[in-house]
Design a binder for this molecule. Sequence first.
Ligand SMILES: [Zn+2]
Length: 313
Amino acid sequence: MKRFLLPYLICPACLPREYPLNLSAERETEGDITTGTLACTKCKKRFPIKEGIAHLLPAPDSCLTGSQRRYEEKEMTDRYLWSHYGDLLDDAVRTDTAAHWAECLSNAASTGFDAGCSVGRITFEMANRCNLAVGCDLSRSFIKTARTLAHRRELAFSLPLEGNLTETFHLTLPVAWRTENVEFVVADALRLPFSANSFEQIASLNLLDRVSYPLAHLFEMNRTAAPRNASFLFADPFAWSTMAAPEERWLGGTTSGPYPGRGGDNVRALLEGKDRILVPAWTIARAGTHAWKMRTHCNHYEVVTSEYLVACR
Ligand SMILES: [Zn+2]
C-alpha cells in the first residue's frame, strides 16, 4: 500500500465514527508498504498489509460468502480484464466502454475514488486526471491483479476460444498512463475505510445491484465525496436479485415498499435530495445508457446495458 493513502484512511469497524489508523510498516520499498499492519487508534482492531495489499474489511477475518467467492476465480478475473481493457487488446470484438465512462469523469477533480473497481480500468482513468486515485473491491483477486498491472504495466491472460482451446491476450498500459498515483485496496463498499469529504471524483459502476444494502452503499459514497466541487459517475444495470440483497432493500424493481418503480428514477431522486439522506444534494448533469460486453468464448458474448448518471455538487 502506497504511503500517500494513509491520511485518507479510517477504521471501517468504528463507522459511523471516524478514527484514523496507525501504520506499522515491516517492509517498504520506495513508499510502497509491502508488509505491515494498520491499527485503529480507537478500537485497536488490526488490518493487515500483505504482499502490498491493504485488507481494510470491518471484520478482517470474515469468510467470503458464496456469491462473492466466484469473484476470486481466475477465469472471472480474466473475463473482467477483457471487459475493462478490450480497447487496448488486439481484439476485433471489443467495446468502447472504458472510453465512454472515462469521458464522463471530471478533469477538475484532485482526488478520485472508484468503488467496486474490479480490475481497475476506471481507477487508472481517474489517476490520469487526478493527483491521486484509489480503487476498492471485495475481491482479493481483482485487487491483486489491478496492483500487478499498476506495478508492471503489463500482463497476459487467457480466455476460452472454443471448447478446451484458449486464447491468450497481452495487455500493456499506454506509456502516457500514470501509475505512481494509483492504489487499490480490499474494502467493503458498505463500510468504506476513508474519511468523510475525501474525494472530488467518485464512481460506482455496476455495483449497486450486487451489494447487500444498496442505500447504505449510496450513503457511504456520499459521505466520502467532497461537499462541493464533487462529481459522481454512477451506473448500474439494476439487475436486482435476492442473491445479493433482500427485496425490501432494493432501490427499484418492485411495486411496493419504500422504493417502488425504476431504480434509475429512485437513485436520481435520492441524489437530488429526496428524504435528505444524501446531502448536500447533487444536481444531475448528464444521464443515459451504455452497453458493455463480457466474453464467454470467441463466439459468445453477454451484453449488459447500464443506466448512468453524472451528478455534481
Ligand atoms: Zn476502530
